[in-house]
Each structure stands twice: as structure tokens, then as C-alpha cells.
Design a protein around this ligand. Structure first.
Ligand code: PLP
Length: 450
């Protein structure tokens, strides 16, 4: 089949996620056929540097034969069995133990799911169940953040703070409130980063008091907001938030779906910020995206109560701890560890990217360049001096994203924030390539919007 055949068939039958079906049908899709290292290739032979690691997930990069072999061997040995009704299998046992070893000290239990969204559905049920078992059934509210992303299932999108998602498909899950996001460039530039971080923590406390401290079960947040635009909170934010949560005995759910497995230069984003979460939903980098698998890492406080007092937990998925996915995840963790990928992000690649990325802050179109580990963002502005944004109708971010693609680079646009999250095995020269392609796209965008 040729590119146009794929496109025609795709148009006829395929409804794409997060897509305007009609306009995609008119424009046609790019057909990705294979990949290797940090590069993807399309059906027309173009080589494209994948600055997003797929959807923030291909941490080990493409083409790892060890992961293929792990899947093949497990397929032959035991392609499927479940963990319901008093059964288990070696890959699930070993993976739960490995994750407990890698997680912070106080986390020693794992509940498997098939995705990040399912992980967040699971935490919602777990925290409410936890408080009911503690004799505090009134503690039902979960506070999340505006513009946070926690998935696309009904619970995931309700926990998330993406207004356009809330507007589609009927009412959200009740008992979820949203507080402000620590997005200094977008919402706090009239004060210092430090003051803004503290103000966001104060807003959380105000919300807790408005709902009633005895009614709030948990606060859920990504250590660094990913889909919302690679929002790196001010240094003052997390310490102040943790203080507030401790004051009112509210559980912390750190959504590690993007930050986990090395993205910030630590095994988990929580390690970077010194957080002590009660629950950590994970997915994506757990298998480097090679197969779908997620989990909730459950801290001792919640796990002990669910185990000792909970009786049967009526919750689980057909593919919870799927043996082939678990075997691939296990091998992925082994490779991340033996190749010291996480340490390299922290000590070498993260600082190198930061230096190169920061140079883009000089560009006339860039209001801010920020990065941490291997996640980064550029804020596009119409007026560099005042920081004034482009008229929304111009879709500056999408214009820039399209120039990137044309130019052999995947960079994502979130409004007018350009985001990168490349595979963690990227080299210095590939970072140089990424940055110079980003610069070229910025130049072309500036020209197009002039
Ligand atoms: N949580 C976060 C922080 C995410 O970024 C995502 C996906 O991007 C999810 C949850 C949902 O994960 P999934 O798409 O695997 O359901």
C-alpha cells in the first residue's frame, strides 16, 4: 500500500484520539512505518527526530531487541493469565517486587492496570475506600488542578483539569474540585516565582477550608505538569503544598505517568521534589511504551489499611499485570538500571539540554525557555519585551509545530507553549539537532506570523 492508500482507508474508518475527525479527514495523516533510536520514519521515507518520545513514553528509545525478546519469550511461555481469584504469575510477582524496590521507602505495594487512565480510576476508588475504612466516610472530595491531565476515562478526565474535556460527554464524576496550577509564566508573572508558588499553595488551603477539612480525601497532581505544557513549578510550591496537606491530614497522589522512570533525572518526579506521596499512578515509561501497562504504587499507610481492614476490593482489569506487558516492563527497568539511564539524565543529558535549550530564550519569539531533566518548553510570544501573547486565532503554536514536522522534528504545541520530552537515550549531537531544528521552526514561524 502507498501513502495515499493508507490515508484514504484511514479517512474511511479510523476515528483518531484527540482529533477533529473532519479536518483530519480533509488534511490526511502522516503514516509512521518504523522507528529506531530517537528517530521515527514515515511512509514517504522522511526521518523525523521524535522530540516527544511518542506520547512521553518511549524512554529507552525505539528498536530495543531485548524488549522484543522478553515479549517473545513470555508469549511462548504464558501469553495470558490473570491475577484475580488467588492466582499470579512470575512476571507480575517480579515486577511488583522490582517497583517496590525502586519506589520511595514507604511504598511497598503495587496494583496493576492497563494504562495511566485506569491507574487514576483506581486511585480515586482507593482513596475514598481508605477513608471509609478509617471511619471518615465524609472524606470524599479530591482536589486536582486546573489544566492538569490524568487521563481520558470518565474518572481520569474528571480528575484532570482540562475544561474542553469537561464540556463533552455529560457530567463529570462528583466530588472533584480544581485549584490553581503553578504556571508562573502563564498566570503569575506579576510577582516573583517564589511568591507565586506560595500563593498557589495558599489557594489550595483556602479550597480545603471551603470544602471543609473533614471532607477532603486527597490532592492529586503531576510533579511537573506534562500535557498542560511542561509546567515546572516554582521551587517554593511543593514544600508549601506538602505542609498544607500534612496540616489537614490529606493524602497526596503524585501522578507519575510522565515524570516516572527518569524523565526528571530521578526514578520518580517525587524523588526530585522530595515528595512523600501516598499513591503514585504510573504507566508510559514503565514499559517505554512498547506494550500497554500501568500501575498504582501504594504507600504503606493506605496499603496496610486496605489489606488489614478492607476485605475484598471489588476492582480490577482483565489485563491487570498482563504477563507479556509485565515481562517487557521488567526488562525495561533492568535496562534503565544497567545502562544508568536515569543517572545520565540527571548528571549529563538534562544539564546539557538545559544549556542548549536556554539559548533559544534569545529568540525574538520566545518569552521563556525552561527545562528540567529531559522535559522542556518554550513560551511563544508576540512581543518579547512585554510578553504579550499572539492572538489565539493565529494558532502560533500549531504553526510552529507544523514547521517542526516539515523540518524533521516532532515537537508538541499546547496552545502557544512548545513542548519537548525526547527519549532518555538521546545523545548530545541529537540534542544539538533537536535544538537547531526547533530554532529553524521558530524562525519560520516568526516569518509566517510577521
Ligand atoms: N496521567 C498523566 C500525567 C498523563 O500524562 C497521562 C497521559 O498522557 C495519563 C495520566 C493517562 O494515561 P493513559 O493515556 O495511558 O491512559
Amino acid at each position: 500500500m502507498q501513502t495515499q492508500d493508507y490515508q484514504a482507508l484511514d479517512r474511511q474508518h479510523h476515528l483518531h484520539p484527540f482529533t477533529d475527525f473532519k479536518s483530519l479527514g480533509e488534511e490526511g495523516t502522516r503514516v509512521i512505518t518504523h522507528a529506531d533510536g530517537v528517530y521515527i520514519y514515515d511512509s514517504q521515507g522522511n526521518q523525523i527526530l521524535d522530540g516527544m518520545a511518542g506520547l512521553w513514553c518511549v524512554n529507552l528509545g525505539y528498536g530495543r531487541q531485548e524488549l522484543v525478546d522478553a515479549a517473545t519469550e513470555q508469549m511462548q511461555q504464558l501469553p495470558y493469565y490473570n491475577n484475580f481469584f488467588k492466582t499470579t504469575h512470575p512476571p507480575a510477582v517480579k515486577l511488583a517486587a522490582k517497583l517496590s524496590e525502586l519506589a520511595p521507602e514507604h511504598i511497598n505495594h503495587v496494583f496493576f492496570t492497563g494504562s495511566g487512565s485506569e491507574s487514576n480510576d483506581t486511585v480515586l476508588r482507593m482513596v475514598r475506600r481508605y477513608w471509609a475504612l478509617k471511619g471518615k466516610p465524609g472524606k470524599q472530595w479530591i482536589i486536582s488542578r486546573e489544566n492538569g491531565y490524568h487521563g481520558s476515562t470518565v474518572a481520569g478526565m474528571s480528575l484532570g483539569g482540562m475544561a474542553p474535556m469537561h464540556d463533552q460527554g455529560g457530567p463529570c464524576v462528583p466530588g472533584i474540585a480544581h485549584t490553581c496550577q503553578p504556571y508562573w509564566f502563564g498566570e503569575g508573572r506579576d510577582m516573583s516565582q517564589e511568591a507565586f508558588g506560595k500563593q498557589c499553595a495558599q489557594a489550595l488551603e483556602d479550597q480545603i477550608l471551603a470544602l471543609g477539612e473533614d471532607n477532603v480525601a486527597a490532592f492529586i497532581a503531576e510533579p511537573v505538569q506534562g500535557a498542560g505544557g511542561a509546567i515546572i513549578p516554582p521551587d517554593s510550591y511543593w514544600p508549601a503544598v506538602q505542609e498544607v496537606l500534612a496540616k489537614y491530614d490529606i493524602l497526596l497522589i503524585a501522578d507519575e505517568v510522565i515524570c516516572g522512570f527518569g524523565r526528571l533525572g530521578e526514578w520518580f518526579g517525587s524523588n526530585h521534589y522530595g515528595l512523600k506521596p501516598d499513591l503514585m499512578p504510573i504507566a508510559k515509561g514503565l514499559s517505554s511504551g512498547y506494550l500497554p501497562i500501568g500501575a498504582v504504587l501504594v504507600g504503606d499507610r493506605v496499603a496496610d489499611t486496605l489489606i488489614e481492614d478492607g476485605g475484598e476490593f471489588f476492582h480490577g482489569f482483565t489485563y491487570s499485570g498482563h504477563p507479556v506487558c509485565a515481562a517487557v516492563a521488567l526488562k525495561n527497568l533492568e535496562l534503565l538500571e544497567s545502562e544508568r539511564v536515569v543517572e545520565k539524565v540527571r548528571d549529563d543529558l538534562g544539564p546539557y539540554l538545559a544549556k542548549r535549550w536556554q539559548a533559544l530564550a534569545e529568540h525574538p519569539l520566545v518569552g521563556e525557555a525552561r527545562s528540567l531533566g529531559l522535559i522542556g518548553a518554550l513560551e511563544l510570544v508576540a512581543n518579547k519585551r512585554t510578553g504579550e501573547r499572539f492572538d489565539k486565532a493565529l494558532s502560533a503554536g500549531n504553526v510552529c509545530r507544523d514547521f517542526c514536522f516539515e523540518n524533521g522534528l516532532v515537537m508538541r504545541s499546547v496552545g502557544d507553549t512548545m513542548v519537548i520530552s525526547p527519549p532518555l537515550i538521546i545523545t548530545h549531537s541529537e540534542i544539538d539537532e533537536l535544538v537547531s531544528k526547533a530554532r529553524l521552526a521558530l524562525d519560520k514561524t516568526a516569518e509566517a506570523l510577521a
